[in-house]
Write a protein that binds this ligand. Structure first.
Ligand code: HEC
Length: 402
């Protein structure tokens, strides 16, 4: 394992653990908030409701409340490092995978001539600019015209996904969109939500009312984070799905999936009406399924409309010819000892050194080389369309190795 891969594993692992803790906390608190009971309990005047739960062998009673001036408890728990570590490890992982190795996963020289350094500069600037524009928009319009700010934010997010798909490789565009969303969510936590908690503590300690503007802002930003979660989780696993991220409509597919994912979240949110009341199951589950269906439709159909009809190759293709094509176009990466400058071990363990290895991968070779045309990687080895068609012909004729 190379040093680069080792860092990949470490940051990915940490990122996953911290991300589960962050998202898990935020979902639990969101759920608590929506299920608070005000009726049927003796509540103090500063109480906002309470809830009983059973877990770990006993009952829990949680109450949401404000505190009397000066009544600050000795131990007060904060939830910010789950987010902080998720973001830091995510950025490190993004650097290791997408910026290092000559930005091979970020830029796609076969689509546009962006050099690694230009690609990385654009990627980093987009994160800063994205946060600054979003934050300014909500500072200016958040209180007065929240609907307009919402519409503009969504339009800008989709616009960014489209723009990234024009500059970066398919995978890179998806991840860049995800890192932008994660950065905005983290900015929301550290620059709006945590400061509003400080303000709450200050106000409680000194016995003055809270600044309502600060808490309104924090509320808005946490709703944004709530809706971004499901789309972002899809992007985190999206590099497993080259059919989606390398499609020439990759941006449109991503937008449809984001709408579906945020939609599912929405109907999960509105399910709970407080005081133990829930919407009847069909009223939230059915629309949630429709939203999930939209996402699935985008993936299933969006990835199909893409591939323009390929020219076929007539006549038989010998296995010797197939080996020749693979040796000139593929084995610099896909072999036990790759000669490629970036890929030092066979990508995904896929090797074409022996007839058996080739035969077992035949369906995937056809899919990636002929249907999707996204192998060879960024077409670095300049395969011709006739060679693509020859590989497909051999596979369609039964992928025989004798
Ligand atoms: C420059 C290096 C490079 C070259 C050349 C290359 N590949 Fe790949 N290949 C990769 C990388 C990286 C991946 C993993 C990322 C991905 O799936 O896009 C991959 C993945 C694949 C997969 C997916 C395996 C799976 O389990 O999903 C197939 C199939 C494949 N390559 C076939 C080929 C064929 C056939 C050729 C030659 C026509 C080729 N590759 C040339 C780098 C390369």
């Amino acid at each position: 394992m190379s040093v680069n891969e080792l860092f990949d594993v470490i940051f990915r692992w940490v990122h996953l653990i911290a991300g589960i803790m962050w998202v898990g906390n935020s979902m639990l608190f969101n759920w608590l908030d929506r299920n608070l009971e005000k009726r049927g309990h003796e509540l103090g005047k500063l109480s906002q409701g309470k809830i009983f739960m059973v877990h770990s062998g006993a009952f829990y009673e949680a109450e949401k409340m404000l505190l009397e001036p000066g009544a600050m408890p000795k131990n007060l728990y904060w939830f910010k490092w789950q987010n902080g570590i998720t973001w830091i490890s995510g950025i490190c992982l993004f650097i290791v995978v997408y910026y290092m190795n000559n930005a091979a996963y970020l830029v796609d020289p076969s689509r546009h001539g962006t050099s690694p350094i230009v690609g990385i500069t654009m990627s980093v600037s987009a994160l800063f600019v994205g946060w600054i524009v979003y934050d300014a928009l909500w500072r200016i319009l958040g209180e007065l015209r929240p609907r307009l700010a919402t519409a503009l934010s969504i339009a800008m997010l989709f616009g960014a996904a489209f723009a990234f798909s024009q500059f970066f490789s398919g995978r890179g565009a998806y991840l860049q969109t995800g890192v932008l969303m994660g950065t905005i969510m983290t900015g929301n936590v550290w620059f709006t939500i945590v400061p509003s908690q400080h303000e709450l503590i200050d106000a409680t300690t000194t016995g003055r009312p809270q600044d309502p503007l600060i808490s309104l802002r924090a509320k808005q930003r946490s709703i944004h984070n709530n809706y971004l979660t499901f789309p972002l989780l899809f992007i985190m696993v999206s590099s497993h799905f080259p059919a989606a991220n390398q499609s020439y409509l990759n941006w449109a597919i991503l937008i449809v999936v984001m709408i579906g994912g945020a939609g599912v979240r929405h109907f999960m949110n509105i399910r709970y009406r407080g005081d133990g009341v829930q919407l009847p199951t069909p009223k939230w589950l059915a629309p949630a399924f429709v939203m999930a269906g939209i996402a699935a439709f985008g993936l299933f159909v969006g990835t199909r409309v893409t591939a323009p009809a390929q020219a076929r190759f007539d006549g038989p293709v010998s296995f010797a010819r197939v080996q020749e094509i693979l040796a000139t176009r593929c084995t610099m990466c896909h072999s036990a000892k790759p000669s490629d400058a970036v890929f030092k071990s066979a990508p995904l363990g896929v090797m074409f050194d022996t007839p058996a290895q080739i035969q077992v991968m035949a369906p995937k070779i056809r899919y990636r080389v002929f249907e999707l045309q996204n192998m060879p990687f960024n077409n670095q080895t300049q395969i011709t369309s006739q060679e693509r068609a020859e590989l497909a012909r051999w596979i369609d004729d039964g992928a025989r190795t004798e």
